[in-house]
Design a binder for this molecule. Sequence first.
Ligand code: 0O2
Length: 234
Amino acid sequence: MSQTETGNELYFDDSFMESLMSNDSIGKFIEQGEAFRTLMAYYKCAIMEIETKFNVLNEDFSAEYDRNPIETVKTRLKTPESIIEKLHRKGLPFSAESIEDNLNDIAGIRVVCAFPEDIYLLSECLLQQDDIRLIKKKDYIANPKPNGYRSLHLIVEVPIFLHNEKRYMKVEVQLRTIAMDFWASLEHQIYYKKGHNAEELRNELKSCAEISAALDLRMQNIRAQLDEEVWEDE
Ligand code: 0O2
């Protein structure tokens, strides 16, 4: 990766910067400032729509079943630096149109649940809504990445209603448990972006991912048993 982070600033290595400056299309990208800002505003609206949908589901489960399937919801809009880096890495043109056509993760929302089954419950509830279009699904819980990463990823399209049009925008939804989120934050700090290379740490992280996945399931079983007892008492 050619990008490092220090404080709040992003730095790119020389070869990346050179190729960026010599690439004629970066000029076009800058020329497209207005189109870029408008597109980012649309993505912001799409994030709001999806965040509201999850908040509504959480309230609904709370009212109906007296429990909240969602622990936290975090949202993020990809930074211009990350967008430029990704377009460059994929050899794509620098334009608002290219961003919209080719990048799926400009708008991101991460939904953190206590239990794995709540991830699938929420995902189903979202996908059955008639204004949501599923573009792609990657189940890294059923099929964890070789490093141990687990999460359910959805790319969906959601309509935003502007003053003169209805426009479908893509949003990346990541659903994971608290334990998966804790693991991914640590792994992200160590390897994913920084390219750390110690084999021993990699093995240790993978083992932690397996232990925490087993713990997620054991705690889910405890909850299921408690639920059964409540049903029997009623
Ligand atoms: P950031 O900074 O979190 O946004 P693409 O389909 O081309 O968009 P990719 O990598 O095939 O890209 O998509 P995938 O596998 O769905 O992963 C997208 C996001 O999932 C990443 O975004 C990470 O947030 C997270 N992720 C995927 N794999 C890992 C992993 O091994 N470890 C950790 N910690 N996170 C992971 P970005 O844009 O790479 O980063």
